[in-house]
Design a protein around this ligand. Structure first.
Ligand code: PLP
Length: 394
C-alpha cells in the first residue's frame, strides 16, 4: 500500500527561496547535457581560500578538534571577532556579544526569529538578499519595502525610510555594500538613518558581510557609529572576504540579551559550528590581510571591465556599483520581464544571470550579474550577451 502524503506545515507556504541556488541548479543541469555555461549567478568568490587558513584547519583536524563546542562558538573565536570588530568598526565589544553560526545566513534567521512576533513590521530595502523577507514572512511578521533608487546609486531616500515607519515597526534591515545592487551607504546616509532609528526606537540589523569589498571610498560602517551597538545587530562572516563560502562560518554581534536568545535557537537547531572551521576562522580574522586586499583589487578590475562592457550593449544601462561583487544593469528597454530575459540568456547564450525581481518587486527590469569569475570569462560573457540581446525578440 502506498503511504499517504502528509500535509506540510502551513508556514512552509510563507518561506521564500533564493534564485541564485535555483539558477545554479538549472545551469548545472545544462552543463550535464554538454552545454558550456558562464556562471554569473552565484555570489561566491571564485578564489581559493588563503593557504594560512586552510593550514589552520588541517592543524586543528590533526589535533583532533572534531567535537562539539559551546553553541555560541569557542571563546577564542568570539574574542577574535570582538577584536576584529574593534579594529574594523571602532566599536568596543566583548566576546559575550558574539554568536558564531555555520554561515551568516543562520544568524540572520536566528535574529529575526528571536525578535519578531506576528504583525511586527520589518523595513527591508527592495531589492534585497532574499533571506530577510523569507524569514520575516515565515514567522508571520510583515516585510515593508524600502525602494532603492537607481539614480541614487541604489540608495534609498531618507524621507522614504521615515515614511515607512509605523507604530508596528520593530526592525530596519541595512545591507551595505549591498546585494544585489552593489550600492553602498554614504557616511551622511548612516548618520541620518541613525538619527531616525533613535527617534523611533527601532532595532537595526546591519548586514556588513561585504564590508571588505568597498571600491571607491572607504567603507562606512553603520555598526561603528557612536551609540549604535546597543541597538544594532551586526552581521558579518568569513564567506565573502576570505573566499570561505563552503566552510560555513558567520557571526553576529549584538546586545547580550539578544545573543542569549540567538544562542538558544542555535542550540536547538544546529548545536554549534564545526570546531576546526572555527579554528580556521581565528586564522582568517587574525592573519595577514594581504590576501583579502588582493582579492578586492582583482574584484575592482573585474567590476570596471563588466560595467564598461555592459554600458556598450545597446539598450542596457549600468551604474558603477561602489561595493560587493555584483552589478545590477537596467534591461527594461529590452525586456521588462527580467526573469524571462535571464532564462533566455541562460538557454540561448549560456550565461547564467539572475532576474532582478527575484530580489523584490523593485528589482523588476534589472539583472544581477556576479563578477566572481575570471576576466576571460567575463569578456566572453559580455560578447555572448551582446550577440544574444541583439537577436532578442519580445
Ligand atoms: N548576507 C548577504 C547580503 C549575502 O549576500 C549573503 C550571501 O550571499 C549572506 C548574508 C550569507 O552569507 P553566508 O554564505 O555566510 O551564509
Amino acid at each position: 500500500m502506498q503511504a499517504k502524503t502528509f500535509a506540510l506545515a502551513d508556514s512552509m507556504r510563507r518561506l521564500g527561496t533564493e534564485s541564485a541556488f535555483v539558477v545554479l541548479a538549472r545551469a548545472r543541469a545544462l552543463e550535464a547535457q554538454g552545454r558550456n555555461i558562464i556562471h554569473l549567478e552565484i555570489g561566491e568568490p571564485d578564489f581559493n581560500t588563503p593557504e594560512h587558513i586552510k593550514n589552520a584547519a588541517i592543524r586543528s583536524l590533526h589535533a583532533n578538534r572534531t567535537h562539539y563546542t559551546p553553541a555560541a562558538g569557542i571563546m577564542e573565536l568570539r574574542a577574535a571577532v570582538a577584536d576584529y570588530v574593534q579594529r574594523t568598526r571602532g566599536a568596543s565589544v566583548t566576546p559575550e556579544h558574539v554568536v558564531v553560526t555555520p554561515g551568516a545566513k543562520p544568524i540572520i534567521a536566528a535574529i529575526l526569529m528571536a525578535l519578531l512576533n506576528p504583525d511586527d513590521e520589518v523595513i527591508i530595502p527592495d531589492p534585497a538578499y532574499p533571506a530577510y523577507r523569507s524569514i520575516t514572512t515565515y514567522v508571520g511578521a510583515k516585510p515593508v519595502s524600502l525602494p532603492l533608487i537607481e539614480s541614487r546609486d541604489f540608495r534609498f531616500e531618507i524621507s522614504a525610510l521615515e515614511a515607512a515607519i509605523t507604530p508596528k515597526t520593530k526592525i530596519l534591515v541595512l545591507n551595505s555594500p549591498h546585494n544585489p545592487t552593489g550600492g553602498i551607504l554614504t557616511p551622511e546616509d548612516i548618520t541620518a538613518i541613525a538619527e531616525i532609528v533613535r527617534k523611533h526606537d527601532i532595532l537595526v540589523i546591519s548586514d556588513e558581510i561585504y564590508s571588505r569589498h568597498a571600491y571607491d571610498r572607504p567603507f562606512a560602517s553603520y555598526y561603528g557609529l557612536a551609540g549604535m551597538p546597543e541597538r544594532t545587530v551586526l552581521i558579518d562572516g568569513c564567506s565573502k572576504a576570505w573566499a570561505m563560502t563552503g566552510w560555513r562560518l558567520g557571526f553576529g554581534v549584538m546586545p547580550t540579551y539578544i545573543a542569549e536568545a540567538a544562542t538558544s535557537l542555535v542550540l536547538n537547531t544546529v548545536s554549534c559550528t564545526a570546531t576546526f572551521v572555527q579554528d580556521a576562522a581565528i586564522a582568517a580574522l587574525n592573519g595577514p590581510d594581504e590576501p583579502v586586499q588582493a582579492m578586492r583589487d582583482e574584484f575592482l578590475r573585474r567590476r570596471n571591465l563588466l560595467v564598461s562592457g555592459l554600458c556598450k550593449i545597446p539598450g542596457v544601462g549600468c551604474r558603477t556599483p561602489g561595493g560587493a561583487f555584483y552589478v545590477f544593469p537596467n534591461v527594461s528597454k529590452i525586456e521588462p520581464d527580467d526573469i524571462a530575459l535571464a532564462n533566455y540568456l541562460l538557454n540561448d547564450a549560456g550565461v547564467a544571470v539572475l532576474g532582478g525581481s527575484t530580489f523584490g518587486p523593485y528589482g523588476k527590469g534589472y539583472l544581477r550579474l556576479s563578477y566572481a569569475n575570471s576576466e576571460e570569462n567575463l569578456t566572453e560573457a559580455l560578447a555572448r550577451m551582446e550577440r544574444a540581446l541583439a537577436a532578442y525578440k519580445r
